[in-house]
Design a protein. Structure first.
Length: 217
C-alpha cells in the first residue's frame, strides 16, 4: 500500500481549483466518462442510473462519487468534452491554410473532419431536450453554439472579403447561422438512416450550395 501511495503522490498534478489529482484518479474519471458515453447512447440520459454507469466502468459507487456529485454533472462534463472536441476540429480545419478563402476548399476540410458519430448525436439530442426544459442547461448549450458560430463567422468574413457570400444570408454572421442549421439538419437525418457517408456528402453539397453564389461544383 505504501508503494501505491508513493506512486500516486509522484504522479499527482494540480487539477481544477488547485486540487491535486492523481494519475489513478484521472484514469478512473476517464473510464467512467467512457462507460457513461456508451450507456447514455444506448439507453438515453433519463433512463440511466449511477449503478449502470459504475457497472459498465467496472467501478463501485464510491469511485463514482469521488469524481462526480451527480449523474447530471457527469452528463454535463461528457457533453462539454465532446463539444470542445468538435470545436477544435472545426478550428483546425478552418485555420489549416492561412489566407485560403476558397469556399470549396474550406467546405471540403470542415466536412472531412466533422464528427458524424451516431452515438454522440444521440447524446447531443438528449442534451438538447434537457436544455429545452431547463434554462441552466440551455445556457450551457447556447454558449457552445455561440462560440462555434463566431469561429465560423470569423472565417467566412475573410472569405467574403475575397468572394462575396450570397446576399440572402445577410453577411458572415448569417452565413454562420446557416452552416450550423445545415449541420443540425443533416445530423438529424443521420440519426434516422444511419448512413454516415451519405450524411457527409450531403452536408458538403448543402454547404457549397449555401455559401457559393453559383452553387455546388
Amino acid at each position: 500500500m505504501a508503494a501505491t501511495g508513493a506512486t500516486e503522490a509522484t504522479e499527482a498534478a494540480p487539477g481544477p481549483g488547485g486540487v491535486r489529482v492523481t494519475a489513478r484518479r484521472a484514469r478512473t474519471r476517464a473510464r467512467l466518462l467512457e462507460a457513461a458515453f456508451g450507456v447514455f447512447a444506448a439507453k438515453g440520459f433519463g433512463r440511466v442510473s449511477i449503478e449502470e454507469v459504475c457497472e459498465a466502468a467496472g467501478y463501485s459507487r464510491g469511485a463514482f462519487y469521488s469524481n462526480f456529485d451527480t449523474l447530471e454533472e457527469l452528463f454535463f462534463v461528457l457533453y462539454e468534452e465532446r463539444a470542445e472536441l468538435i470545436a477544435a476540429q472545426v478550428t483546425g480545419a478552418l485555420t489549416a491554410r492561412a489566407g485560403d478563402t476558397d469556399v470549396a476548399s474550406l467546405v471540403e476540410r470542415v466536412t472531412g473532419v466533422l464528427l458524424l458519430e451516431r452515438d454522440w448525436l444521440l447524446i447531443k439530442t438528449d442534451f438538447l431536450v434537457a436544455a429545452a426544459r431547463d434554462p441552466r442547461t440551455a445556457r450551457t448549450l447556447l454558449e457552445h453554439r455561440r462560440r462555434l458560430r463566431e469561429l465560423i463567422a470569423e472565417r467566412l468574413a475573410e472569405v467574403a472579403a475575397e468572394r462575396p457570400l450570397p446576399e440572402v444570408l445577410g453577411g458572415a454572421e448569417g452565413a454562420a447561422h446557416a452552416v450550423i442549421a445545415a449541420y443540425d439538419g443533416v445530423t438529424t437525418q443521420l440519426l434516422l438512416d444511419r448512413d454516415v457517408e451519405h450524411a457527409r456528402a450531403w452536408l458538403r453539397q448543402l454547404l457549397l450550395a449555401l455559401l457559393s453564389a453559383d452553387g455546388p461544383r
